[in-house]
Design a protein around this ligand. Structure first.
Ligand code: GDP
Ligand code: IMO
Ligand code: MG
Length: 412
């Protein structure tokens, strides 16, 4: 059975924790889109590790991590992450696709230059400009590094094409030398991951697909233009790995018990200024990649219903329920209205300030739940809250997370 784990909000739903928790039952853990804009936190035995590029399951011995074609890679950052794991005594089993596009130093510069004219609040990792080159057919792939002449030609062409924005800031020879040297260390991991994964499927070896970012950041179905540049929805798996969509057996959606977002863009249930501070402090809502404070707000079921439909979610995971524990009243958005008329979440809404979130309240449970080991021990108010969410979303909640550790997870 192959499982997809997909974020249902604007990222940071706790996907890393859930991937690490479930990885024991899978042979391969695959990152298939995005790049080191992701920050997936795993907390095992008091040891916290934030994965940016490596799949979050690689802390389990013998599991095989795969980074497939749809991921954009900064080789320096990839090696840094591998080195950091090795200092902790972990050598990841890893395959990286020869088809992955490379993030180059000029992509990072262009990312920051674009931010000056159109602020998206990106992670400044060069993700958008690298995907732009991929679509523009001038991108450079891992396989290009196998042939120094081809690689050098491509770098020179890119610098020439981008000269109006780069204005002589980058020297082709410096880049060529740096990347060829990094390549020597990346080479042992390179492989035809499409073929490896399809063979694994033929041998009935289970695969876990680890989504990065979240549905509302999808390039096509998110809150465009305030999105990332990849397909974060379930369709990203097929186009990012070369595996048929009919090989994905289960699609699990991860959502926080409230909502957060990093960077610019619409957020109908956002709690402005001090109001959001409680959730930020209690939930430690600071970016795992950039350290930026995350914007916080109430759970938005209109957006989640949309995300469930776009991805065909068959099972839900709700995380950070413990963060709501001290609140006497818990609020949830169940409907949007524009000029008094109900409306659905639509990625092309042009003026989000017109969207009025209709909020309902649930009684809180006002006691610590982070040490509870069985679902039945949750306070009645927490169970009613979860059952109401399940009913309003029409999908069962399979797992409830009450803390960052593996053992802080309840089967519902
Ligand atoms: P991801 O990008 O979806 O993997 O999520 P992040 O790692 O960026 O952010 C989730 C944060 O919440 C991390 O610091 C996790 O350790 C933490 N976390 C995950 N699940 C829970 C939970 O149930 N309760 C609490 N309090 N923290 C959690
Ligand atoms: P994980 O996988 C939260 C956001 C950025 C910005 C927008 C575009 O940890 O959930 P980019 O650098 O991708 O061009 O930035 O997307 N963003 C994320 N927000 N979690 C992430 O990843 C994110 N990756 C990108 O903040 O608003
Ligand atoms: Mg994150």
């Amino acid at each position: 059975m192959n499982l997809a784990i997909i974020g249902l909000q604007w990222g940071d739903e706790g996907k890393g924790k859930i991937v690490d928790l479930l990885a024991k039952d899978y042979n391969y853990i695959v990152r298939y889109q995005g790049g080191n804009n992701a920050g997936h936190t795993v907390d095992v035995d008091g040891f916290e590790f934030v994965f940016h590029l490596l799949p979050s399951g690689v802390l389990h011995p013998k599991k095989i991590g795969v980074i497939s074609e749809g991921v954009v890679i900064n080789p320096k950052e990839l090696l840094k992450e591998i080195d950091l794991l090795e200092t902790k005594g972990i050598t990841p089993n890893l395959y990286v696709s020869l088809g992955c596009h490379l993030i180059m130093p000029y992509h990072i510069f262009i990312d920051s230059a674009y931010e000056e004219s159109q602020k998206i609040g990106t992670t400044m990792r060069g993700i958008g400009p690298t995907y732009i080159d991929r679509v523009g057919r001038c991108g450079i792939r891992m396989a290009d590094l196998l042939n120094e002449k081809v690689f050098a030609q491509k770098i020179k062409l890119n610098l020439l094409q981008k000269e109006p924005i780069l204005k002589g800031r980058f020297d082709s020879d410096e880049i060529i030398i740096e990347y060829l040297s990094l390549f020597e260390r990346v080479k042992p991991y390179l492989a035809d991951t499409r073929s490896i994964l399809n063979k694994a499927i033929a041998n009935s070896e289970p695969i876990l697909f680890e989504g990065a970012q979240g549905t509302l950041l999808d390039i096509g179905f998110g809150t465009y233009p305030y999105v990332t540049s990849s397909h974060t929805t379930v369709g990203g798996i097929s186009i990012g790995t070369g595996i048929s969509a009919n090989k994905i057996s289960k699609i699990m959606g991860v959502m926080k018990a409230y909502a957060t977002r990093v960077g610019e863009g619409p957020f109908p249930t956002e709690l402005k200024e001090q109001e959001g501070e409680y959730l930020r402090m209690k939930g430690r809502e600071y970016g795992a990649t950039t350290g930026r404070p995350r914007r916080c707000g109430w759970l938005d079921l209109v957006a989640i219903r949309y995300a469930i439909e776009v991805n065909g979610i068959n099972s839900l995971v709700i995380t950070k329920l413990d963060v709501l524990s001290d609140l006497p009243k818990i609020k949830v958005c169940t409907e949007y209205r524009i000029n008094g008329k109900p409306c659905e979440f639509q990625p092309w809404i042009s003026d989000w300030s017109e969207v009025e979130p209709i909020i309902i309240e649930f009684p809180g449970w006002c006691r610590d739940i982070s040490n509870i080991k069985d679902y039945s021990e949750l306070p009645e108010e927490a169970k009613s809250y979860l059952s109401a969410i399940e009913k309003m979303l029409g999908v069962k909640i399979g797992l409830v997370s009450v803390g960052p550790r593996r053992d802080q997870t309840l089967n519902k």
